[in-house]
Design a protein. Structure first.
Length: 399
């Protein structure tokens, strides 16, 4: 390093679901890593050696890197100025009208612009609206800084980060050879497989990935509803289709396609293409409509006005404590209008004060819906009728 940097890497947004795993992995490779975050409660938790969210294998890495001194968590923005590499993990939200905010990353960098110094490499890690990398490059030019910029999108699945950061190829995009080589060298500490594309190609590659998954889940949910409406078991049909038949091996089961990325990134892609994304928009209607479909089917089968309904699992996916954009909450809102009462529970979610203990839900509910396919529910003794669109328990129940 030319100027004797205090640290090798600072991760902006370093205590969140995306920033923390990559920070842990880089620190575990021996790089001096700082997790910078404005969420001071999360910073304190990480400093004390406790993960702020569930991530398989991360607890051990956190303890090891803190002991080695290669990892530090901080809420002080001055740490940014002493770091050679800045990995930027900033949420890129859509508003209530599903319009993306392409300024989110630029605004975050403007807020810490007084800490940016010549010679640094800024690596954008968040999923971004196409063109944001160029906007950041223009910002650096306006600031008069000699700073390289690269876009290296996060590609891990939540809960599998500590495996996939090492096993998946890393897409690296940069406008200049120097920026590319620096970013490739950094991520070379984690993986030997680097895929080079242009920044705009990388931005679309990440959006294409999430939109394709969202569309695939919508196809499965539409087929599930079709079979279900005719009194047929979708899972039996899917098993017949996929058995020893490779061309259909990726046909998913049904379930709530939710979380902080899939819908948001599909809508970002639609906005980029002047709202001309019929597949993505139809997928939103199907996936977001699944909770309403379930309630309408339940209302046709049960007298919901007289029933207490229990929802087991409020995270957006099985095994997770992350309830962001979980469709279990949409199911809860719809049921509160139709049912006598609704109780919810989850073994991992800790940020919802309205959750009840599992035993209380099972004692009071007349009907149970599996909201998130947590493994803990597979062999759970449940006396009530169970609605399990995931086929988690192998019931094959037609709603």
């Amino acid at each position: 390093m030319a100027r004797g940097w205090d640290t090798d890497v600072t991760v902006l947004g370093g205590c969140g679901h995306v920033g923390l795993p990559v920070g842990l992995a880089l620190a575990d490779s021996g790089l001096r890593t700082v997790l910078y975050d404005t969420n001071l409660a999360a910073v304190d938790r990480v400093r004390s050696g406790k993960m702020p969210h569930r991530e398989a294998g991360a607890d051990e890495v956190l303890a090891r890197t803190l002991d080695l001194g290669t990892l530090v968590a901080s809420g002080d923005p001055s740490v940014i100025a002493g770091s050679e590499h800045l990995v930027v993990v900033v949420g890129t939200p859509v508003d209530e009208h599903l319009n993306p905010d392409p300024q989110a990353v630029v605004t975050a960098l403007e807020a810490i612009s007084d800490q940016l110094v010549d010679g640094q490499l800024i690596i954008l890690r968040s999923t971004v609206f196409p063109g944001v990398t160029r906007m950041v490059e223009r910002l650096i030019t306006r600031l008069g800084r000699a700073i390289d910029v690269a876009f290296c999108p996060e590609r891990i699945a939540e809960g599998r980060a500590m495996e996939e950061l090492y096993s998946l190829p890393q897409i690296v995009a940069a406008r200049t050879e120097r920026a590319f080589e620096r970013a490739a060298t950094l991520f070379g500490h984690l993986t030997g497989s680097i895929v080079r594309v242009e920044p705009e190609e990388a931005e679309l590659a990440k959006l294409f990935t999430n939109a394709y998954r969202y569309i695939k889940f919508a196809a499965a949910n539409q087929l599930y509803m079709m079979a279900n409406d005719f009194g047929l078991d979708y899972e039996r049909i899917r098993s017949a289709v996929t058995q020893d038949y490779p061309r259909a091996a990726d046909l998913p089961g049904p379930g709530f396609a939710a979380g902080p990325c899939l819908l948001k990134d599909t809508m970002q892609l639609a906005a980029f293409n002047n709202n001309n994304f019929a597949l993505g928009q139809a997928s939103m209607q199907i996936n977001e409509g699944l909770p309403l479909y379930l309630v309408s089917r339940l209302a046709a089968r049960y007298d919901l006005d007289t029933l207490c309904v229990g929802i087991l699992g409020m995270a957006f996916k099985g095994g997770s404590d992350d309830n962001r954009s979980s469709l279990s909450y949409k199911l809860k809102r719809v049921l509160k209008v139709r049912a006598r009462s609704v109780l919810t529970t989850d073994p991992f979610v800790t940020v919802d004060a309205d959750l009840s203990p599992l035993d209380q839900v099972l004692a009071r509910a007349d009907l149970v819906v599996i909201g998130a396919p947590h493994h803990e529910y597979v062999d759970l003794a449940i006396a009530q009728p169970v609605v399990d669109i995931w086929n988690l328990r192998g019931d094959g129940v037609v709603v």
